[in-house]
Every structure is written in C-alpha cells, then in structure tokens.
Ligand binder design. Structure first.
Ligand code: TXA
Ligand code: MG
Length: 316
C-alpha cells in the first residue's frame, strides 16, 4: 500500500517489518537496523546476497558517535558540511552494530538522508534504519513510490510516498577505514565537493568482490540491452524503428520521438541525474531490442551518471 502517513510507516517498523521510504537519492527498503529478524527480512525481500552490507540511516548527526568509533576529523568535517545529504561514510563500527548489517566487515556505512518525511520518521523511532535501495538485487534503483510498488508491492506492507527523489542517484560512499579516505561509489554528491575537504580521494570503485554490489561491473541494469557510445554512429548499425535512445540533450530525426528520452534539454547534469533511473525504466518497457545511450561530461554528477550507465550496459 502506498501512503503518506509517517506514523503508519513507524508502526510497521516498530513491529519489525520492512517498509519503503523516500530519500533524496533513491527509495530505500527500510527496517530496524538493531533487530536481526527485521534486517534479515530486507535481504529476503530484495533477494540480496548476505555478503552485501547495508547502509545505516540515522536521523540525528550526533548518533554517528553511537554507531561508529575512532572517527577521523575529516569525516566529522564532511558530516558537518554535507549531512543530511547524499553522502555515506564507512567508519569503524561500534559494538552495537551487528555482523549481519555489515556482512562481517569491521566498517559500518552510515548516512543521514535529506528528505523531510524520512527525517521525521527517523526522529520518531528509537532505532536507526537499515536501508538498501528498494529494488530487486541488480535492477535499477527506484526514484518514485510507484517504481517500488511495481516491483516489491506484494512483498511489503507499506510504501511511504515522498514524491520523486530530488537527486536521483544513490549516495556517494567514502570509506575512512584506512589512513586515507577512499571513494567506494560515485553518487549523488559530486566528488569535487568532497575533495575540497579531504584533498584528492583514492578510488576503489571497481571490484569483482561483493564488498559493494554497487561496485559490481553489472548492476543497476534494465532488462533491455544497452549499447553505449556515439549515438549517431551506432544508429548506422541498427534499424531506427527498432531502437530506443537515451541521450543527454540531443534529438535524432529518424527515430520515433516516443522512443527517445533526453535526460536534460539544457544539458544540466543535476537534472540528468534526477531523470536517469526513471528513463531507463520507461525505455525498458518499450518493445525494442536495444537502447542506444551516450556518456555525459565527466564532471560533477556526470561521473556518477556515467558510472551507472556503464554498469547498466554491462551484460549480466
Ligand atoms: O543513496 C543510498 O545510499 C541509498 C538510499 C536508500 O540511502 N541506499 C543504497 O543502498 O544505495 P544499497 O544497499 O543499494 O547500496 C549500498 C552500498 C553497497 O554497494 C554496499 O556494498 C555498500 O553500500 N556498503 C554498505 N555497507 C558497507 C560497508 N560496511 N563497507 C563497505 N561498503 C558498504
Ligand atoms: Mg542498490
């Protein structure tokens, strides 16, 4: 059921159930992070492998001291500047955090989401929420309540509707487990912004190990095949009526307009980020064999957009 009652969502969560919640990045599938049975439900509903850890969502900056230890000064600076917001930090976990949540890792991933309904919800609860993106494992993340309803509607009792996610890409993840901060996932906060505080970040965003499923080469994938590259060139190889197009701002004359999506007419990367996942979903519904897509400029949110496009284009 979709609704806008924060109290109803709170009741289900207190009862140990999993509900979908809106955040500024993508919708999350949330449950009591301190209750093993509830966390286990998340893995079951998503069909997510147990070795993939979950992000802890808190409603108050100070709770970082309860759930993490040995927090470096730079991490505090980032939190002060960017929370609530699309930034997740991996920090040494406190004893309150279970191995189930972190998949046995010594670090816990924490963020404070920036959405009025979820902040209100978190403040009502006496426990933090574990929340991965509310999609079946491997598929595109949801940015509206309807996206969640279509895929997980029969598995969860409630979807808290907070409108379209304002950022549209999952949070940027930075690990502070080693001496120097490491970027684990490009996301909704541009790395340039983070580097103003941390200095240049090391990158560990590609991994065949399951430490972060968002790091797997193939993830965030629609079912239709995506071919990345120069759209005009690629159009020479396929019948125009048989392809869909996902471009940043350009329209192509031979392809029917209803088979084309421009992420942002003005080439604005924040707008493109907001539209990316919904666009992949709607193109995935078309009776075409192929989506032709192009990379966007590798600056600001463009880095995360390109990351998601490349993973979506990698065969499962
Ligand atoms: O924007 C977001 O981060 C959204 C919303 C709902 O908050 N959540 C999200 O969760 O994207 P999920 O589970 O789809 O992706 C979380 C990523 C995964 O790649 C996971 O491996 C990584 O965070 N992660 C979680 N805990 C970790 C840990 N302890 N150490 C390293 N990576 C971790
Ligand atoms: Mg996910």
């Amino acid at each position: 059921m979709i609704g806008t009652s924060v109290e109803k969502a709170a009741e289900y969560l207190r009862a140990g159930e999993a509900v979908a919640i809106p955040t500024e990045t993508v919708y999350g599938l949330a449950a009591n992070a301190l209750y093993q049975k509830a966390v286990t439900r998340i893995f079951e509903i998503k069909d997510r492998p147990r070795f993939n850890p979950l992000i802890l969502h808190i409603g108050d900056i100070d709770q970082i001291n309860v759930f993490a230890e040995n927090i470096p000064e730079k991490a505090f600076e980032l939190v002060k500047k960017f929370w609530p917001g699309p930034l997740t930090l991996v920090l040494k976990k406190s004893p309150l955090i279970s191995d189930l949540l972190t998949a046995g890792n010594e670090g816990v991933a924490i963020r404070m989401p920036n959405h009025p309904l979820s902040l209100e919800l978190l403040k009502k609860l006496r426990f933090p929420l574990a929340a991965p993106s509310a999609n079946p494992f491997g598929y595109v993340s949801p940015t509206t309540a309807l996206h969640v309803e279509r895929q997980l509607g029969d598995k969860i009792p409630y979807i808290l509707d907070g409108g379209q996610s304002a950022v549209g890409l999952e949070s940027t993840i930075v690990s502070f487990l080693n001496d120097e901060p490491v970027l684990l996932r490009a996301g909704g906060l541009a790395t340039e912004e983070i580097e103003k505080i941390t200095g240049e970040l090391k990158h560990r965003t590609h991994s065949s190990s399951p430490l972060a499923p968002g790091q797997l080469a193939s993830h965030y994938s629609p079912d239709v095949k995506i071919i990345l590259g120069d759209i005009k060139e690629n159009l020479k190889k396929y019948a125009p009526e048989k392809v869909a197009i996902l471009s940043l701002s350009e329209q192509f004359t031979d392809v029917p307009v209803q088979q084309q999506i421009q992420l942002s007419r003005t080439g604005d990367l924040a707008e493109a980020a907001r539209n990316l996942f919904a666009s992949l979903r709607s193109l995935d519904q078309l009776p075409v064999g192929i989506i032709l897509a192009e990379l966007v400029p590798e600056i600001g949110l463009g880095r995360a957009i390109n990351d998601r496009l490349k993973r979506a284009a990698t065969p499962k």
